[in-house]
Design a protein around this ligand. Structure first.
Ligand code: BDP
Length: 722
């Protein structure tokens, strides 16, 4: 029996593999770098004809990675070995290198074109070499060659025509950094994908293959920095015991073009330095930080610098000593300046002792400090003024501090967007902020222009994303979380890419280039974030989630030790209506925006409905554009969110058999959870707000499944990520 079936099975398997059907189970570990054989037969033929050999000279660690990537990528995608040589002997040579590493690249004399690529960019050209058709990946630096290599492979992975390539690409933003909120005990604050990747206990001796795979994935999308530790910082990471571990990680990441940064706990001079104070005006404190920085650089010569959360949510900071944020930032900036380091000083500050609207506090603190920061300081600002909500208007600090480089902070981990169980593709959200017009220097002063330095002519530019990566086999917990990591990198490199484009790239690389999969998945992704907004916080509602863990609805949260962490502080529902009045009659947070923005948002008639309850307290019977009253509209939006999730479920169900079984089942199960959670949000919020509106839920909508009391008594335990 056995002797008979085994060969039959093998033949069957070979046949299936030959057809490119998804026979293999996939666990998501390979991310978007799968390099499976190109399925479109004519494309495959084109690639086999046009890429017949590779010449990549030079042997720096970075070029060695590029070489390995090309070998592995071409072998997989073309389904055959592509030889590496030194002389272009036939048509279809792919040359990769810098003018310094490759005589052939030098021979092409790419001059000004190459100059425009800068330190990290690259050219990918179809050209003639010795009278034969060839391709060249050229850059000024080895890392540029590696980035170009990934771009070239991406073209093949997504079945693009490569017959006439003329790509010139350079990043629009200089520092493209992941922020890991990872603690030294390996828990991850707001992490929903397992534990921290950094195995501190086994470092520096043990270099986990995961570190290299992580660095490779980042390099493939142009991320060039990583802050290893939580913004709620532990000073221990600055001790020698940990610095040798940090150095081992930095060594592993360096060939991939990734610099390491650390979070600096402001009170470290006291906690690990034995000083009595951390006052930034104290010479002993200044000296302590200078010495500490020098020590760090002795371990990590290309250390990127510090990220700091100070005087926020209980963290120590310069204000403990009557100094301001610039005093604190400048002291650290002076410490890292000799070695070219930077300081990313967070503007996420607010105080519950301060009676003013939380949305105003960052601007109030930082705006007067414009022009007082050192040259190597960036102020890192969250996309919105409250806290990574499903939807927020852009932060008023964008455009308000022209003399200071302002860095963007996005959250990739979905703390407020369904955490580890909900599919929410975040590109449309990131894009919405980047494209928002601050009007700081007239029309067209978009947030993107503030961030990329073009509006105020800054050389120093940066963008950060709070990472969603952990030890889960598929890296991000939810498979679609990978698309958000991918998106962050792609947008950080080029914020002009569209959300649709990025989604399509990711789907092709992650699943298949077949249009009958790409289109439906893209549609699903493009509605997913709006669905979350609808079933959580439609029409400008915000911060009404569960207490502390932030999981599930909690619009009834009140009477806690901090008012600014409760929900009633934000939605202000009463018998008249709902919403936070941030106009002149209320907190006047609107005054922090440029006049045209004030004018638009300040008028209930012109305020975009998606921000209505962010800026206005609106009467329950107020008529909206749909012709419905506010109450009815709220009911419809909440219900629409649930319907959108159901639509996503049926779209995904239609892909059965077109996506490998393992990933299909994974996403299907999570979508089912998402539907339950969406209903939970809808029912809990509508029943709660109904106690104020005293109006019925329109009869054509689904009725809540349980009572308000039931929802208020739900008390999920051990929610991850706290
Ligand atoms: C909030 C998180 C909290 C972070 C804080 C921050 O709930 O865990 O420490 O932001 O960004 O969103 O500092």
């Amino acid at each position: 029996m056995i002797r008979k079936t085994t060969p039959t099975l093998i033949v069957l398997l070979m046949l299936l593999l030959g057809t490119g059907l998804p026979v293999q189970a996939e666990d998501g570990y390979r991310l978007w770098l799968r390099y499976d054989k190109v399925q479109d037969a004519s494309r495959l033929q084109q690639y086999r004809q046009q890429v017949t050999e590779v010449i990549l000279e030079g042997n720096s660690p970075t070029l060695a990675i590029a070489k390995r990537e090309l070998a592995q990528g071409l072998r997989g995608l073309l389904g055959q070995e592509v030889p590496f040589g030194q002389k272009a002997t036939k048509a279809g040579t792919l040359i990769a290198g810098t003018p310094a590493s490759s005589p052939l690249v030098a021979q092409l004399q790419l001059g000004d074109k190459l100059k425009a690529a800068g330190d990290e960019g690259y050219l990918i050209l179809t050209t003639q070499l010795n009278g034969r058709n060839s391709h060249v990946i050229a850059a000024n630096t080895d890392i540029g060659v590696l980035y170009g290599t990934f771009h070239f492979l991406r073209l093949l992975q997504s079945s693009q025509d490569i017959t006439k390539l003329a790509v010139s690409s350079a990043p629009k933003i200089q520092h493209r950094v992941l922020n890991h909120w990872d603690n030294l005990d390996r828990t991850v604050e707001r992490g929903y994908a397992g534990f921290s990747l950094w195995d501190w206990h086994r470092l520096p001796g043990y270099i986990d293959q995961r570190y290299l795979d992580y660095a490779r994935a980042n390099a493939s999308i142009g991320i060039n920095g990583t802050v290893l530790t939580n913004v709620n910082a532990n000073a221990l990471v600055l001790t020698k015991e940990y610095l040798v571990k940090v150095a081992a990680l930095a060594d592993a990441f360096r060939p991939y073009g990734i610099k390491v940064y650390l979070t600096a706990r402001f009170s470290a001079p006291i906690e690990i330095g034995g000083l009595k104070t951390a006052d930034p005006h104290e010479p002993t404190v200044q000296q302590w930080w200078k010495d500490k920085a020098a020590e760090i650089y002795s371990h990590v010569p290309d250390f990127g610098g510090f990220l700091v959360k100070a005087n926020s949510e209980g963290q120590p900071g310069p204000q403990n000593y009557g100094r301001n944020h610039a005093d604190g930032a400048n002291m650290l900036a002076d410490a890292v300046a000799p070695q070219g380091g930077i300081v990313m000083w967070r503007a996420f500050v607010y105080d519950d002792k301060e009676p003013d609207d939380r949305a105003k506090q960052a601007y109030t603190e930082f705006k007067p400090l414009d022009g007082t920061f050192r040259k190597n300081v960036m102020v890192q600002v969250k996309n919105g003024a409250i806290d990574f909500q499903p939807r927020e208007p852009f932060h008023p600090l964008f455009g308000a501090m022209p003399k200071t480089p302002i860095m963007m902070e996005f959250q990739i981990t979905q703390e407020y967007l369904g955490q580890g169980t909900n599919l929410a593709y975040l590109a449309p959200m990131f894009q919405e902020t980047l494209e928002a017009d601050t009007h700081a220097k007239g029309k067209g002063s978009t947030v993107a222009k503030v961030i990329d330095g073009t509006l105020d002519k800054h050389q120093l530019t940066g963008i950060a994303g709070v990472a969603n990566i952990g030890t889960d086999r598929n890296w991000t917990g939810h498979l679609f979380g990978q698309s958000n990591w991918y998106t962050f990198g792609r947008l950080a490199w080029n914020h002009q890419l569209s959300s649709e484009e990025i989604a399509a790239e990711w789907i092709k690389m992650t699943f298949t280039s077949n249009a009958n999969v790409v289109m439906p998945v893209q549609n699903m992704m493009m509605t997913s974030r709006e669905a979350v907004v609808n079933y959580m916080t439609p029409l400008g509602l915000h911060h009404i989630m569960g207490w502390s863990h932030h999981y599930g609805p909690g619009p009834w949260i009140k009477d806690k030790h901090r008012a600014d962490w409760t929900s009633v502080y934000y939605h202000r529902a009463d018998e008249q209506g709902i919403g936070f009045d941030r106009t002149k009659t209320g907190s006047n947070a609107l005054a922090q925006y440029a006049p045209p923005v004030q004018k638009q948002f300040g008028n209930i008639k012109t305020c975009p409905e998606e921000f209505l309850l962010w800026f206005h307290h609106v009467k329950w019977d107020h008529k909206l554009k749909s012709g419905r009253t506010l109450w009815n509209e709220l009911c419809y939006r909440y219900s629409e969110g649930v319907d959108q999730v159901r639509q996503m479920q049926s779209t995904w169900a239609s892909l059965e058999g077109k996506v490998d079984e393992e990933r299909f089942a994974h996403v299907q199960s999570l979508l089912k959870i998402q539907e339950q959670e969406a209903k939970w949000w809808r029912d809990a919020c509508l029943l709660y707000f109904q106690t104020f509106s005293k109006r019925p839920i329109p009869s054509d909508l689904e009725k809540p499944a349980e009572t308000l009391e039931y929802y208020m008594n739900l008390d999920p335990k051990f929610v991850p990520g706290i």
